[in-house]
Design a protein. Structure first.
Length: 172
């Protein structure tokens, strides 16, 4: 069986992968960070209300309060900028065609031609409407099902399992 995929990513593909990868690799870290942010915001709102009721606001307190808000906003914007940068870089490179053949995977774009052996893959995942084929702990091929031009996306999982010897982990 032969599968061909023409990768022409949309921003939502990177958003979905970034969310998936973060849950997969950094679940505890992000849970702690998110809880800390919620706690910090709650404390800031409580103190802001308390200071307003006591009429104890000063310019120095306001500057510190706004600094914390600015740092939280910068952290959120930095994550968004990183994701958008990766997507734009991929868009500039143009579409990539992947051909999953019996013995190897051929990749072709306007600048690169490469052959990849199936033993390169270390982890395989399927979530919602995309496959994620990890070649390293922090590097994966993102294969949205809508990009399949040959072959049935539903049959792709069993094909990969046969070729790599790895189980595809279904994430719900």
């Amino acid at each position: 069986m032969h599968f061909q995929i023409v990768l022409d990513y949309e921003r939502k593909d990177f958003v979905q992968f970034y969310s998936f990868h973060r849950r997969l690799r950094y679940r505890l870290l992000y849970a702690i960070m998110n809880a800390s942010i919620v706690l910090l915001l709650g404390v800031m709102i409580y103190l802001g209300i308390r200071l307003a009721v006591l009429r104890a606001w000063s310019g120095e307190i306001l500057v510190r309060w706004l600094l914390v808000v600015a740092l939280l906003a910068a952290w959120a914007l930095l994550n968004r900028a990183k994701l958008t940068g990766a997507w734009k870089m991929q868009k500039e490179a143009g579409p990539v065609t992947l051909s999953f053949e019996e013995d190897l995977v051929r990749t072709e774009s306007k600048n690169i031609r490469e052959e990849i052996q199936y033993n390169v893959f270390i982890e395989l995942y399927h979530e919602k409407n995309a496959y994620y084929l990890y070649t390293q702990k922090r590097r994966a091929m993102i294969l949205p099902e809508r990009c399949f031009t040959q072959g049935d996306p539903a049959a792709f999982g069993p094909f990969l399992t046969e070729k790599t010897g790895l189980e595809i982990k279904e994430i719900k």
